[in-house]
Design a binder for this molecule. Structure first.
Ligand code: AMP
Length: 547
């Protein structure tokens, strides 16, 4: 490879990681408009913005989202986080062990490995006790195993070196499994973090319900495709309300009506937001998946399971697997050949308990009252474990197979699952990337932001005047390009054109001496002279006329 080619290769090396992407202008102007609209619309419904960290304990997501879900079982970006200042020796011992190579036959000496292994166990035990590394049962077991294996290695080695290498491999394997720090994960969704923050900051003491929203990146190791990324962005909103006392027989109906009204208002806000953005072709699907009781969803799942077993042979491999792991997810299937069978399966609506049925009826009434149009979709089961009763999804145009632009639902009980007090919750997550894609597809692309004024200046005196003029114009809110060095007027005007400037302000020594500045309108090439004080007024008037 020539030197030039090698350099080129070297330069090409860095690219955005698969499933991530750069958001560039002018598209970022649309992102800002979307987020600004969210701030404005959500504020009118009394929501406050919350910003949580983008990583949390893995356990938080495992508990909230569900250990069996795809998200937690295979899509999270997880890592071990340890303070290198606290355990430098232990880290060093681990590196020595993991990089230790079995010496070639004939020169096999295992004493150093045995000594390092013993050191590792001793140091790990003392750092456990000092709580510098997690003293989890898994870690305790791993350490006991390593100690036992080292004893075995001593014996095997004393009988001849040949059999020792496999024991070394086993020890290394187990050492790798000792967690030297907290297990953390990049957040795959926001609800768990918001619930954690609600409890951590005692928000149950605030007037209830507490309405929060957050905007930011989420991370899931999914197969990238149009509308599906590994780093994507969500706009989330959550309504949380601590349960002060259990609803009595007498007032459960009132309670159900109140919850349904809250759900409906959340959905109304969402649809108002989409309408304000003029998002095209939205459809709101709603459903109730009941609650996790034997007289409600559990009864339905039992029935569904039995019916699925009857048609198992007609289903594809994915659905067959889901019959055992999560029968509800079979309803999600998009596989053409299964559809006619799935369509005949029983509906959750026929199995709702009286209070879930009342809640669902109330929700529909509340949506009608608010003029929110919806379609009922009995196959809408959301992927996350924590939902109950209301679930909803919104699709939009121009997104192909990944056409869900928002999903949400009620999750009473989630906060309690995370160690908080009994709390009701409902929320949604808008896929911002897909929202933007849909807006772009329907022709809402923002134009490249052109400059208002390009200052074409030449000469020492004109430089000082140009700097002052740029400052004054910018202060008045105009976008100004001030070339850092003087340019011939022809070149400057060409540059102004390329940047899409509306005007070129021409400042040469003549203009500075006479105080008559030349303003050229680039669209039609017309020119006019202005005194400095009149120029700003003229531009302001023009701006008002064109807006
Ligand atoms: P979920 O958190 O799975 O309920 O998803 C809520 C919304 O986030 C979906 O309706 C999508 O619009 C969006 N979303 C989820 N996963 C991705 C992804 N990998 N890439 C882009 N958007 C996503």
């Amino acid at each position: 490879m020539s030197e030039g080619a090698a350099k080129k290769e070297e330069r090409r090396k860095f690219q955005a990681i698969k499933g991530t992407r750069d958001l560039l202008p002018p598209e970022t102007a649309l992102w800002n408009r979307v987020e600004q609209t969210a701030h404005e619309v959500f504020a009118t419904y009394g929501y406050g913005e919350i910003r949580t960290p983008i990583f949390e304990q893995t356990e938080l997501f495992a508990r909230a989202v569900g250990g069996e879900t795809d998200i937690v079982s295979k899509e999270m970006y997880s890592f071990e986080d340890y303070g290198t200042d606290e355990i430098p020796e232990l880290l060093e011992q681990r590196t020595v062990l993991l990089t230790w190579q079995v010496p070639p036959l004939g020169t096999q000496v295992f004493e150093p490995f045995i000594i390092h292994s013993l050191n590792f166990c001793k140091l790990a035990a003392s750092t456990f006790n000092a709580r510098q590394i997690p003293g989890s049962p898994e870690n305790q077991r791993a350490l006991q195993d390593i100690s036992a294996m080292v004893e075995k290695l001593k014996i095997v080695y004393s009988q001849g070196a040949e059999e020792s290498a496999p024991v070394v491999a086993q020890i290394k394997e187990r050492v790798r499994e000792v967690k030297l720090g907290d297990e953390l994960s990049l957040r795959p969704e926001a609800t768990a973090s918001v619930c954690r923050a609600y409890v951590e900051h005692g928000m149950q003491q605030l007037p209830q319900p507490v309405k929060l929203y957050c905007i930011g990146p989420m991370f899931r190791r999914e197969r990238p495709q149009k509308g599906r990324y590994r780093q994507f962005h969500q706009i989330d909103a959550e309504v949380l309300e601590v349960v002060r006392r259990e609803a009595s027989e007498h007032d459960w109906e009132k309670e159900v009506r109140k919850d349904a009204a809250i759900d409906a208002e959340v959905i109304e806000m969402l649809m108002t937001f989409f309408a304000k953005l003029e998002l095209a072709g939205t459809t709101l699907y709603i459903h109730s998946i009941g609650h996790n009781g034997p007289d409600c969803r559990r009864a339905y799942i039992g029935k569904l399971y039995n019916e699925l077993l009857k048609i198992k042979g007609k289903l594809g491999a994915d659905s067959q697997r889901r019959i055992a792991t999560n029968p509800l997810r079979v309803l999600d299937s998009k596989l053409e050949s299964e559809q006619s069978y799935i369509e005949k399966l029983p509906h959750m609506a026929d199995y709702l308990c009286p209070s879930c049925a009342a809640h669902y009826a109330s929700l529909k009434r509340e949506l009608d009252l608010r003029g929110v149009k919806y379609d009922e979709n009995w196959r809408l089961v959301r992927g996350l474990d924590y939902y109950m009763r209301t679930t909803f999804e919104i699709t939009a145009k121009g997104l192909g197979s990944q056409n869900a632009v928002c999903g949400g639902g009620r999750y009473d009980g989630l906060v309690e699952l995370l160690g908080g007090p009994p709390t009701k919750g409902i929320g949604f997550a808008i896929g911002e990337d897909r929202l933007i894609l849909s807006l772009l597809e329907s022709g809402k692309a923002p134009a490249q932001q052109g400059r208002d004024v390009y200052i074409a200046w030449m000469g020492e005196r004109a430089n000082a005047t140009a700097i002052r003029a740029a400052k004054d114009l910018r202060k008045a809110g105009f976008s100004v390009e001030l070339p850092p060095v003087e340019q011939k007027f022809g070149k400057a005007l060409g540059q102004a054109d390329k940047l899409g400037a509306k005007y070129a302000l021409i400042l040469g020594d003549n203009e500075v001496s006479s105080g008559d500045w030349t303003l050229k309108t680039l669209a039609d090439g017309s020119q006019a002279k202005f005194k400095e004080r009149d120029l700003l007024e003229h531009l302001r008037k023009q701006r008002a006329l064109s807006s």
